[in-house]
Unconditional design. Structure first.
Length: 379
């Protein structure tokens, strides 16, 4: 697909779907968040969904397409977020197609030497499959999600080293001995989604066990945020301080809300609120807009989901975070509707990746669900 026709089609969609709201007295009118949500959905489907259960990895004409790991999965998360908010039946077709192309994981690894998968990949995939299951009710999605979760949970290749309560990213730790929170934060969320669907107590128990381990090893000692890296050389475990990925902090906020709901233990919700306040206080630019200053391929979409879950509990800070960031990001939208890495701009001037764009799309979808009639002025 050539970029020209794609951009023109999205422009037509944007014009056709925009609903204007009255601006300040005597001023120009601005789009509502409902319109912004529709535009984000059109961008997802017309610009990023390649058809046949595959996502494009970037918006250049020659980008590959797939349906595995965090870039692809985060696009699924955003699409499922839209379905959860609107129950638009037109979204079910791509969600069902994505179930069919999702990987099927084999039996868990019996040893590190015989295992080739990184531990975080099945957990990203398990969450996407559970999002698809909640939308479609397809038993294949549930079966694949359970297999993806079990692949890591029951493997002997990852829970090793001096702190085996948290898992290596690569089997046996490989040469770098890295334990990334991408594995366990996603495992907690996947377990809670599986518990929601099956009510099997083992999933809730796994979520609580891993949540406690994450707080023991990844929680920063100074601010209520989670660093993403711990190195375990087999003798000691050392946290790399202040490496605050949006993805893992979003997962932990979401899981705190969900654990509080599932267990009735209010401390989980308090911990989620504390992390959300720390995100708002410490991870913004001079205007208070979130700035992802860690790795270029950090996925911010889970942070949007975490804040949205917290907003649903009545937390004004989380609601305000979504709306102010969504308004700012409108000015950073590219000609084809894609968003770059930073909500506060600049507008993308070159190729945009799936990792970068999902956060802006999810922000518009979440803002549309929270305040559909509110004006969405671009900052």
């Amino acid at each position: 697909m050539r970029a020209g026709p794609l951009c023109r089609r999205l422009a037509v969609v944007a014009v056709a779907s925009t609903v204007l709201a009255a601006g300040p007295a005597g001023g120009a009118r601005v789009p509502t968040f409902a319109a912004a949500g529709r535009q984000a959905t059109a961008t997802l489907l017309d610009g990023w969904y390649a058809g046949g259960g595959l996502w494009r990895t970037c918006n250049a004409p020659d980008c590959s397409a797939g349906n595995v790991d965090w870039g692809d999965d985060s696009l699924t998360y955003a699409l499922a977020l839209r379905y959860a908010a609107t129950h638009d039946s037109r979204l079910l077709t791509p969600l069902r197609e994505l179930v069919n192309t999702a990987p099927t994981y084999p039996a868990p690894c019996a040893s590190a030497s015989g295992c080739s998968s990184w531990s975080d990949v099945p957990e990203w995939d398990a969450i996407a499959l559970m999002d698809e299951y909640e939308a479609t009710g397809d038993p294949t999605a549930l079966r694949k999600a359970e297999a993806a979760f079990a692949f890591v949970e029951q493997s002997t290749a990852y829970a090793l080293g001096a702190c085996p309560r948290i898992r290596y990213q690569q089997p046996g730790g490989e040469a770098n001995h890295l334990k990334t929170l991408e594995t366990d934060a996603n495992a907690i969320k996947a377990a809670l989604l599986l518990y929601r669907a099956t009510r099997q107590e083992g999933y809730l128990a796994a979520a609580r066990t891993h949540y406690a381990a994450v707080r023991a090893y990844f929680l920063d000692p100074r601010v209520r945020l989670y660093s993403v890296y711990v190195f375990d050389d087999g003798r000691t475990c050392m946290q790399v301080p202040h490496r605050f990925f949006a993805s893992v902090n979003g997962d932990m906020i979401w899981s705190g809300v969900e654990l509080s709901r599932d267990t009735g233990i209010h401390a989980y919700l308090n911990q989620a609120i504390a992390s959300a306040k720390a995100v708002d206080r410490n991870l913004g630019d001079g205007r208070g807009i979130f700035a992802d200053l860690q790795a270029e391929n950090d996925v911010v979409e889970p942070l949007v989901e975490g804040m949205a879950a917290l907003a649903e509990t009545g937390q004004a800070l989380a609601r305000g975070w979504i709306l102010k960031n969504a308004a700012a990001a409108l000015a950073a939208r590219g000609p084809d509707g894609s968003f770059g890495r930073f909500f506060d701009g600049p507008m993308p001037a070159t190729t945009v990746t799936a990792w970068q764009t999902t956060a802006g799309l999810a922000l518009k979808i979440s803002a549309a669900a929270l305040a559909p009639k509110a004006a969405a002025p671009a900052s």
